[in-house]
Design a protein around this ligand. Structure first.
Ligand SMILES: [Zn+2]
Length: 327
């Protein structure tokens, strides 16, 4: 049966339709309809796991459908345990009109980072055992900052260049270095999660990079607020807001995300269990740092669930630590 799938030139089995292949394999092996269905489903699950773990060489094989978005695929899967924040003070060869970083502005940004990340620690449930840790690098990258785009977070972007310029290298050959940097820090610090935040001395805005851009959970925060929102310097809420995105939370303000949306930023099982219930368009939406980042530091119940502080089956064990989170 496999002979007809064999691509002689490229020396591999060119299986493009998993359903069709599964049906054929099932009938040649003598599987019944139910066994064939299970086989096809398992094969699809395995493929998804392989994609999610492409840069992790040895991943556990005993995972189930609950691991669609494997926690092992991100450096900051949820906000539990020791949380390490790596700040990368980034200057560009071609500085913005605000010029390179000054010591005063850098210290101000670092202090606001402390307040913003401390606000997360203070709101964590006791069973999450949250304790903050952190450190920083100062680095210069080539070119100029053009904002939230592939020139920042792409394989050839300045975030990867920054990691190389600091001294890390692509040890697993996946084309990125931020993953090696995050893994290295996780190893020597003993942290459960590592968040990488790039600080730029301009007004290009703040954003979190999605999980499709490699293992390292990373984001950028400009010292000056975007001019369209009125120019203001660094506030603690920005650091808290972007960090919560990287743990899995969605925006809750108008024009971003929507009421009832599942979070692409959260890993299993939170990804499957929860949806945005505190978006400004949801009934009973309350003031929160994901909804009103410059006026509050409060984390909504909805965001708490996304970042691993929920207890879906009410058994007293937080979802990420619960072997049977559904009950
Ligand atoms: Zn946001």
């Amino acid at each position: 049966m496999l002979i007809k799938y064999y691509d002689v030139i490229h020396d591999y089995y060119a299986i493009k339709d998993i359903d069709k292949f599964g049906e054929e394999l099932g009938s040649s092996l003598g599987l019944n309809a139910e066994e064939t269905r299970i086989f096809i489903e398992s094969q699809k699950e395995q493929l998804i796991k392989d994609y999610q773990n492409f840069d992790l060489k040895d991943y556990p094989s005993e995972k189930t459908i609950l691991d669609y978005i494997s926690p092992s695929s991100q450096s900051a899967p949820f906000a539990i345990g020791k949380l390490y924040y790596l700040y990368i003070i980034t200057d560009f060869q071609i500085p913005s009109s605000d010029g390179p970083w000054t010591v005063w502005d850098r210290n101000d940004a670092m202090y606001d980072s402390y307040l913003g990340t401390m606000a997360i620690q203070m709101q964590a449930p006791g069973s999450a055992n949250v304790v903050n840790d952190g450190g920083y690098y100062i680095v210069t990258v080539s070119g100029e900052n053009s904002g939230d785009n592939i020139y920042a977070w792409g394989v050839n972007g300045w975030m990867e260049e920054a990691a190389r310029n600091i001294g890390y290298y692509d040890s697993n050959g996946d084309g990125r270095t931020t993953d090696d940097m995050a893994r290295s820090i996780k190893t020597w610090s003993g942290a459960d999660s590592v968040i990488v935040l790039y600080y730029t001395h301009d007004d290009m805005g703040a954003y979190a990079v999605g999980p499709d851009q490699g293992y390292a959970d990373k984001g950028a925060i400009s010292y000056w607020g975007r001019s369209i929102y009125g120019r203001f310097s660094s506030v603690p809420g920005s650091y808290e807001h972007e960090s919560l995105h990287l743990y899995g939370a969605l925006d809750e303000y108008a024009g971003a995300s929507y009421c009832g949306q599942q979070s692409i930023l959260s890993v299993s099982p939170m990804h499957e269990m929860y949806s945005n219930t505190n978006h400004v368009n949801c009934p009973y939406s309350t003031n929160s740092v994901m909804r009103d980042p410059y006026s509050t530091n409060g984390i909504s119940l909805s965001s708490m669930r996304f970042i691993g502080w929920g207890d879906y089956d009410s058994d007293g064990i937080l979802d990420p630590l619960d072997g049977t989170p559904w009950g």
